[in-house]
Design a protein around this ligand. Structure first.
Ligand code: HEC
Length: 229
């Protein structure tokens, strides 16, 4: 190969590697610019954002005030007992009248509890769900400086004795390190979960004598959770 051909080949290889180098840099270096977006697929569309200007309206505001005289309906959350679990400035000790406490409610609560609460609190509520197991593994490995506050054991006396309104509030707004579930779980389902939590708590201190005599015979052998006091 002639000298000139070697030089040209070297230059071409150097230029050819530039796109790869740029791609590698884009992946590794943080940037405040929006990433290059070649195929738009309607990902970015013109719109007005909150608190921005819109010349279409006389007052130049993109956000429109409510029509004068509008009255909100349906989503006011005006019922302290039902919406907040509060009665006379204290935690409600009873279920609100809108909630029918029956077996259907408890089953609904079990269904929702198993979806939303078991990852942390575990199926039996001892605070030993899969998320907790994984987090404890990471803590023990000392990886990434992981810290973890263990989900509460719902069978601790203090938690067991909490009024239903307080449990409702914990689900709604969260408590300390636990976040609230108001956005995911509608009010009636939160009450159903409260009913199930109460049943779950009661179940761990249940005694054979709690059953009517005619139902005691066919009871399968039950192994209590190892942490049951
Ligand atoms: C992502 C994990 C996680 C999920 C999911 C979760 N919790 Fe918790 N929960 C926690 C943690 C952590 C605490 C303890 C917080 C603390 O002590 O800082 C806690 C505490 C509690 C307590 C004790 C409250 C108190 O007064 O000390 C109750 C009751 C409770 N959770 C119920 C629930 C219910 C019911 C659900 C399902 C709707 C749920 N939790 C879902 C992590 C979770």
């Amino acid at each position: 190969m002639s000298k000139i051909a070697i030089i040209i080949t070297t230059i071409l290889i150097a230029i050819g590697s530039v796109p790869f180098a740029l791609a590698a840099m884009a992946r590794a270096v943080p940037s405040s610019h929006t990433r290059i977006h070649i195929i738009q697929d309607m990902d970015n569309q013109p719109k007005f954002r909150a608190q921005h200007a819109n010349p279409l309206f006389a007052d130049g505001r993109a956000m429109r005030p409510p029509v004068a005289g509008t009255v909100a309906r349906g989503q006011l959350e005006a019922d302290d007992h039902y919406d907040r679990g509060v009665v006379d400035d204290g935690w409600a000790t009873t279920f609100p009248p809108q909630v029918q406490v029956n077996l259907d409610l408890v089953y609904r609560g079990q269904d929702r509890f198993n979806i939303y609460c078991t990852p942390c609190h575990g199926y039996a509520g001892y605070g030993d769900g899969m998320v907790n197991k994984r987090a404890m593994e990471l803590v023990n490995l000392g990886l990434n400086g992981t810290t973890w506050v263990q989900p509460k054991n719902m069978h601790e006396q203090l938690i067991r004795e909490q009024p239903v309104g307080q449990t409702f509030n914990t689900i709604t707004n969260g408590v300390r390190n636990m976040s609230g579930y108001a956005a995911q779980i509608p009010v009636e389902d939160r009450w159903a979960i409260v009913a199930y939590v109460k049943a779950l708590q009661r179940s761990q201190t249940a005694d054979l004598n709690d059953l009517p005599p005619d139902q005691r015979i066919d009871l399968p052998t039950i192994r209590l959770h190892p942490e049951t006091p």
